[in-house]
Design a protein around this ligand. Sequence first.
Ligand code: TEU
Length: 557
Amino acid sequence: KVGKTWWKETVVYQIYPASFKDSNGDGLGDIPGIISKIPYIASLGVNAVWLSPIYASPQHDMGYDISDYRDIHGPYGTLDDFQRLIDELHKNQIKLLMDLVVNHTSDEHSWFKESRSSKQTPKRNWYFWRDPKYDADGNRQEPNNWRSIFGGSAWHYDEATDQYYLALFLPSQPDLNWSNADMRQATYDDMRFWLDRGVDGFRIDSMNLMSKHPDLPDAKVIRPKEKYQDGSEFFASGPKMHDYIREMRTEVFDHYDAMTVGELGFTKDEQSVSEYVAKDRHELNMVFTGDIVDMDFGPGGKYERDDFHPRKIRHITNMWQCALPKFDGWNSVYLDNHDSGRSLSRYASDKPEHRIASAKMLATYLLTLAGTPFLLAGQEFGMANLGKDYGAESYIDVEAKNAYNAILEQRGGAESSMGDVLREMQLKARDHGRLPVQWDDSPNAGFTTPDAKPWMTINKDHVEWNAANQQDDDDSVLSFYKHLLQLRKDHAGLLVYGSYTPLKERRPGRWSSDQEQSISAAKYDGYEVLVSNGQSEFADGSVRLGAYGTVVLLKQQ
Ligand code: TEU
C-alpha cells in the first residue's frame, strides 16, 4: 500500500568531513580521504552518504557557517575533488546528500558584507536588521529578548549603521531573511549549482527556523533571573514556513527528483510535524525531529540532567512510527549525529562487558523500524564517547564551551561545583559525535598519518575498537551491521515497507537495560529468530532477553 521510491529503500551514512579520513597528513579529514574509503562504504551496504558541510567557510561552527555556497573549503579539497567524489559514489550505486545550510550564512559571506555596509543597499533586507531599543536610563538594548541557541543575546550591534542584526546561532552566523524574494531566488540558484553537478538531495539544516514571526515579538519570560529567553515560539515553524518549502520544491527539488530531509528543532507535535511530511502537502520527503536526541535535556538546557529511561525511547518511537503513516508521511530513524554524544554511550553501555551487545541492540533498533535509517560513521563498529580523562578544558566545540562557561558564571565561577555539568558533557557534547573515525589500531587510528596532529582528540580505545579488526570477525559489530543491512534488502517488503504495531506495554514498573527480561507469550508460536545479538533465547514461544538483549522474530510462512 505504501508507495515505493528509492529514498525509502535507502540507508544513509553520515560523514563528518573533518573526521572521516585525512589523505595529506594535515590532521584534518578531506575529500580525497573520503574517496579512498568508498570501497569500505560500499562494502557496508548503505546506499547514500550525507556529507556535513564542505563549503567555503571560516569554520567558526565547523562549516555550518558558509561564506561561499559555490566553493569548497580549501583544506577539504577542490571542486574537481568533489566531482570525483560524486562520480565515484555513483559508480558504486551510492547517492550523495549535501548539507544545505540556508537559515543563516557566515558573516564573511559577500551577501552579509554587503548587507552590513549600509542601510540603503538592496541586500540590507536579506538579513534581519533592527534599531536598538533604549531603556528608561537611555541605555542601548537589543531589539528583543531572544536568547541565541549557543547562548547570550541573539542580537548583535553593528556600529557602522547603529543597528542590530539577528543571529540565532553564533554571532558569526547571521540569519537570512526568507521573506525577501530576491534572497530566496539567489539561494535556489546555489542549490541548482550542486544538483546540476549530480548531487542527489539535501539534509536541510535548521529548516524550520527559516520563517520568523514578522514582528519578532519578545519571548515570554520563563526564567526571570536570566536576561535572554527562549524565543522559539516566534522563530520556529513560523507563518510562512510552508510557503517557502513549497516554493523551494517547485522551483528546485521537483526538477531533480532530489531527496529532502529537513532538520526540525523545537517542532515536536504530531500535527505540526505532519504538515512537513504528509504526502498530500508536497513538501519534504522526511524530517528529523529531535525528540530522542533531546530526550534527557533538563528544563535548563542540554547540560542539565533529566531522567533518562528506555521507556521514553519506546514512547517516542511508538508515537512517530504510528503517527506519520496516518498522513502517508515517511519517517527518518536515527540515534546519532554530529550534534550529540554517541548513542552507545548515551542510551546503552560502552562498558567492556556490554559494549558488543549494546551496539548490536542499537543497530537492530535503527535498521528494523519503518523509515529511512541514518547512521553516523563509526557507529557501524561501535565507536563510543571519550572517557572521563577528557576534562572540561579539553572540549573544543563551541556549544559545550559556551554552555559550560555560562553555567560556571551562574555558579559564581566555582569549578568544583561543575561535576554534574561535566557528567552531562561526557554523555551529550558534540565533541564525541565528531571523533575521528577509528580505522585501525595504529597511532592516530589510521585517520591521519602517525606523526600528524589530528584536529580532534582520537579516542584511546581505538587500539581495541576499530574497523580493521572487526572486518573478518563474524561476531563483530561491523559484521552485524552488514548482516542487518543485507536483511533489509532481502526482506524489504517487511523491513522497509511493512507496517508497525507496538506491542502492549507489559511492564509498567521501572526496569533498566542491564537486567534480564523475559517475555513469554503463546502468540510467538510459529515464529523463528531472524536476528539476535547473542543476548536472547527463544524457545517454546517465549523470549528471554539478557542485558541489552534484542531479538527479531519472523513468523514462519
Ligand atoms: O543544528 C541545529 C540545532 O538546533 C543544534 O544547534 C542543536 O540544537 C544543538 O546542536 C544540540 O546540541 C544544526 C547543525 O546540525 C549544527 O551542527 C549547527 O551548529 C547548527 O545547525 C547551526 O548551523
